[in-house]
Design a protein around this ligand. Sequence first.
Ligand code: NAP
Length: 331
Amino acid sequence: MNYLANAQRYQGMEYRRCGSSGLKLPAVSLGLWHNFGHIDVLENARNILKLAFDSGITHFDLANNYGPPPGSAEENFGKIFKDDFKSYRDELIISTKAGWPMWDGPYGDWGSKKYLVSSLDQSLKRMGLDYVDIFYHHRPDPETPLEETMMALDLIVRQGKALYVGISSYTAGQSEKAFEILNKLGTPCLIHQPKYSMFDRWVEDGLLDVLEKDGVGCIPFSPLAQGLLTNKYLNGIPEGSRAAAHRGNGAIEEDQITEDKIEKVKQLNAIASNREQNLAQMALSWILKDRRITSVLIGVSKPEQVTDSIGCLNNLEFSDDELTRINQILK
Ligand SMILES: NC(=O)c1ccc[n+]([C@@H]2O[C@H](COP(=O)([O-])OP(=O)(O)OC[C@H]3O[C@@H](n4cnc5c(N)ncnc54)[C@H](OP(=O)(O)O)[C@@H]3O)[C@@H](O)[C@H]2O)c1
């Protein structure tokens, strides 16, 4: 039977303007880095995507290398899109990226025009799409001239293969230079995708100010530190969790779940309970309290986590006292 999306889907979600662009994104977006590859269960992936869209999540984030194996998240997304989401294409913001190793030889990595253009062509085929809404350069390339990478992004937009462009994991200084080039080319940068969570606050040292000044949106990835900022690891490493799965490709491993981190998680958990939130919800609200943030980019392994995490929207306000206590814990 054809999927019919929930008619009430736009009622519970907040949509925030992405920098000074014309585009709004849901305050919570869904990423397909893990749990959507060929090693995962396709029907679970389908159920997650349907529930997310039914809950007002209009933005799905992919990259060429998501899986594992690389490329398989885009292939699976393509299958699900064809079966269930084709008629909703104009209600969706779909992004992909290139910048990490994808194929052998000198043209399948980093930031050359050759890599970016060929990679996006491959991504469009895998997903069965005519265009993506956002195409990102996935990480800065120390060797390729920044002009070449930005010209590739501009070209891709002019070719109609992407509507907007973004960058990921660029420092504040690198971002400013990239924005200047893109502005001159006439394709302003829409959005920056940095890693940001209570456990990794580097964006507060300049990047967020640059984004605000230049009217660029911000969509933090791994806002739950891959699950560490939830109550799941409080009593060891549960079966089925990401840390237990050894998925590779940057996924959290057992040795990153240290006693020091768990001690902080316990204390944060207590603050969350007083706010009538669970820790996952508080960790997401804590990011969204800053209006420079357009959206938090979550990952989930089960449909229930979508509903649970969206619950963060019920309490985005923090008292000064709560913020002080959180800062003390995170010191
Ligand atoms: N630009 C980049 O370089 C880059 C890098 C990494 C990620 N990303 C993007 O960011 C997205 C999110 O990254 P992420 O998956 O690391 O995000 P995350 O939200 O920090 O971690 C997701 C994991 O947290 C756990 N979780 C999620 N919601 C939960 C809840 N309500 N209660 C308990 N546990 C919960 C799940 O772990 P279990 O699996 O253990 O259940 C889930 O797999 C990716 O999919 C990708 O689109 C981008």
